[in-house]
Design a binder for this molecule. Structure first.
Ligand SMILES: NC(=O)C1=CN([C@@H]2O[C@H](COP(=O)(O)OP(=O)(O)OC[C@H]3O[C@@H](n4cnc5c(N)ncnc54)[C@H](O)[C@@H]3O)[C@@H](O)[C@H]2O)C=CC1
Ligand SMILES: O=C(O)[C@@H]1CCC=N1
Length: 294
């Protein structure tokens, strides 16, 4: 039988590859749990991951979500988790970010860690002001489908981030979906409005379709099953199909048929403008949240 030993050199203290960064998650809620789950399933050593959260309930939910794999390390103290980490992932709500950064600035500087923030609307400048000018920072906007490994994350790095650290950021977020680097930090506000908040738009559209289906006389259970499967099928065709979105739509739309009647109704009701206004509102809110943080 061939040996299954890792080809990479190992850190003899921990038996994990030297190239594998140790990662501290600050906040162990929904997004952190998704990313940790993806990392562990893609082969990252659980003992190279520590999650800190003051809420024992959050830590317990994280442990339960990882019940099929070896447990990650946990702590109720952020500074303890950060100590010695190569990468620190900030996965707390924007409202507590200021207090969190002040508590970990010392250990982050000491470890020379890369900081990756997934918080909406928290700028690199505001983090740098609390962590120090020399801190390597990546701002990331992921989304909740990360939970199923089909997330979409956009990344922007400050000038302190080196090539190896960019690689770490890509590997970590790549464990739960696709990753795109954006050329400016401002582009992240647009990304937040598109893919960060986007899953909720599709859920809302599906809710509206289910309600309309019920009004047309369907049982709710039937309407729900058909709407869900239609969303899945459309998403898969958009990604895996052989044509662009306009062509895929054209193929459903028989001239003078039912789809044309519906599309004309959407267009005359201003669906495209409705979407533009909603996404503008989301992007504006991201900018406001950044201003509130200062
Ligand atoms: N939910 C979403 O769709 C997305 C969320 N985000 C961002 O991800 C971040 C986290 O969001 P969720 O995971 O949804 O929130 P969540 O509420 O599920 O998790 C936040 C966790 O932070 C913990 N926490 C509170 N104070 C803390 C402190 N001082 N130190 C350490 N942990 C603390 C809470 O106990 C909680 O477990 C937010 O900044 C949000 O803007 C980004 C993209 C999508
Ligand atoms: O609603 C929010 O503020 C966060 C950011 C993107 C998705 N959820």
């Amino acid at each position: 039988m061939p040996s299954t030993q890792s080809a990479q050199p190992l850190n003899t203290d921990t038996e994990r590859p030297l190239s594998e960064p140790s990662i501290a998650f600050i906040g162990a809620g929904n997004m952190a749990s998704s990313i940790i789950g993806g990392l562990v399933e893609s082969g990252h050593s659980p003992d190279a991951i520590c999650a800190a959260d003051p809420s024992p309930e959050s830590l317990e939910r994280l442990r339960r979500s990882l019940r099929r794999t070896a447990p990650v390390r946990t702590s109720t103290d952020n500074a303890t988790a950060v100590s010695g980490a190569d990468v620190v992932i900030l996965a707390v709500k924007p409202q507590v970010m200021s207090q969190v950064l002040e508590g970990i600035a010392g250990p982050v500087a000491e470890a020379g860690a890369l900081v990756i923030s997934i918080a909406a609307g928290i700028t690199i400048d505001s983090m740098r002001a609390r962590l120090g000018d020399s801190t390597a920072i990546v701002r990331c906007m992921p989304n909740t489908p990360a939970l199923l490994g089909c997330g979409a994350s956009a990344l922007f790095a400050n000038a302190r981030v080196d090539a190896a650290q960019r690689g770490h950021a890509e590997t970590i977020l790549g464990a739960v979906g696709i990753v795109e680097w954006v050329p400016t930090e401002a582009a992240l506000d647009a990304i937040t409005a598109l893919s960060g908040s986007g899953p909720a738009y599709f859920f809302l559209f599906m809710e509206a379709m289910i309600e309309a289906g019920c009004e047309l006389g369907l049982e709710r259970e039937t309407a729900t099953a058909m709407a869900r499967q239609t969303a899945l099928g459309a998403a898969r065709m958009a990604i895996e199909g052989d044509a662009d979105l306009v062509e895929l739509r054209r193929r459903v739309t028989s001239p003078g048929g039912t789809t044309q009647a519906a599309i004309e109704s959407f267009e005359s009701d201003g669906l495209r403008d409705t979407v533009k206004r909603a996404m503008q509102a989301a992007a504006n809110r991201a900018v406001e949240m950044a201003r509130d943080m200062g």
